[in-house]
Ligand binder design. Structure first.
Ligand code: R5P
Length: 355
């Protein structure tokens, strides 16, 4: 592999552990101003320092990302469809490699749609993009299974998609977490990172991350579960602690809760006094969601090898189906807001200092 290609991959997946935290903010390319990403600059600015790379379109890079801040850009270069159009799989390459180089992109990203009507076009697009990108030492991230293909989120389908992406020359693959995710990772000869998918309760999203990493994922390319949280900075920092410091689920969630006390809801500034919630705070509105999360944490784990927290993603499935509806009917996107359990844990507080 050429030095430049290796060097660019190493700035996305860190050379010390081969892992990375990619912040996904490219959703507008087919969803428009989706919830909590209506003004990309406001969403991105407070989070960018906590990610290893930013997945974004050229329009948002140029208008909403500070060029003085040295974050590697993973540039989405495919598109051409919208949430209200006929078929999300009918994408083409919409941004040239020349423009990607002008932007100083570190990698290119495009979607493939295995099993969809435009499967052939998307795979040929991937092959052609790899051909051109490799001339300049630019790695390509293949994004598998979006839109309608979310229905097929199982290890058999995702292994097929990821393996085909790698066979076409993708240098990294992004996919969704599923049961038996080890199979997806082991049969894909290039690093696999996971999308977060539809918004989940924070603890569930952290469980998804822990389980994916345990199954061999190289990191996350996460969007909605970070910036649709009422606590986006605590969330990305907790995810980061899992990816780079091997935090367990309990450690990461404790860190999240601790950081929630430092950052007020959604305005992303360190907290001073107002909006600070404490152990003494009365039960909040929307607590049932939190309670549901706590209950599910107590359920016995499914006895599977190497998957002690396998129950979490299964619980998430109804929300995945719900997201499919969201893709079809974006006006239904609003979900009830919730508060995390605010009790700080002393052990996590000490660990939090290093995050
Ligand atoms: C989907 O087409 C986009 O590429 C997103 O970047 C991807 O879905 C990851 O974002 P999220 O974590 O919100 O699923």
């Amino acid at each position: 592999m050429d030095w430049g290609l290796k060097n660019r991959i190493a700035s996305i997946l860190k050379s010390n552990n081969g892992r990375g935290v990619m912040l996904a903010v490219d959703h507008g390319y087919f969803l428009g101003p989706t919830e909590k990403l209506e003004e990309p600059k406001k969403t991105i600015a407070p989070l960018v320092k906590y990610c290893d790379s930013l997945m974004v379109t050229r329009g948002v890079v140029r208008t909403s990302v500070d060029p003085n801040f040295p974050v590697p850009i993973v540039l989405r270069v495919s598109g051409g469809t919208s949430i209200i159009g006929e078929d999300l799989s009918n994408e083409k390459i919409t941004t040239s490699v020349k423009d990607a180089i002008r932007i100083n992109a570190t990698a290119l990203a495009m979607s493939i749609f295995v099993g969809a009507k435009y499967e052939h076009n998307s795979l040929v697009n991937l092959g052609n993009l790899v051909n051109e990108a490799e001339e300049y030492g630019l790695p390509v991230l293949a994004v598998t299974a979006v839109g309608k293909e979310l229905e097929k989120r199982d290890a058999r389908y995702l292994s097929l998609s990821c393996r085909i992406a790698a066979e076409f020359g993708a240098h990294m693959v992004k996919t969704y977490y599923c049961d038996n995710f080890e199979k997806v990772v082991s049969s894909c000869p290039v690093p696999v990172i996971i999308a977060g998918g539809p918004k989940l309760p924070e603890r569930d999203a952290l469980a998804l991350t822990v389980n994916a990493l345990k199954s061999g994922a190289a990191g996350v390319d996460m969007g909605r579960n970070i910036w649709q949280s009422q606590y986006p900075i605590p969330m990305i920092r907790a995810v980061r602690a899992i990816v780079h410091s091997n935090y367990t689920l309990d450690q990461a969630y404790d860190l999240f809760k601790k950081l929630c006390q430092e950052y007020p809801i959604r305005n992303n500034q360190p907290n001073t006094s107002r909006n600070n919630f404490s152990q003494n705070q009365k039960p909040q509105q929307n607590r049932p969601q939190q309670d549901r999360s706590q209950q599910s944490r107590q359920r016995p784990n499914k006895p599977q090898q190497n998957k002690p927290q396998q129950t979490r993603p299964q619980q998430a499935r109804p929300q995945q189906n719900q997201q499919k509806k969201q893709y079809q009917k974006p006006q239904q996107q609003k979900q009830p807001q919730k508060k995390p359990d605010a009790k700080p844990q002393p052990a996590a507080a000490a660990q939090a200092k290093s995050q």
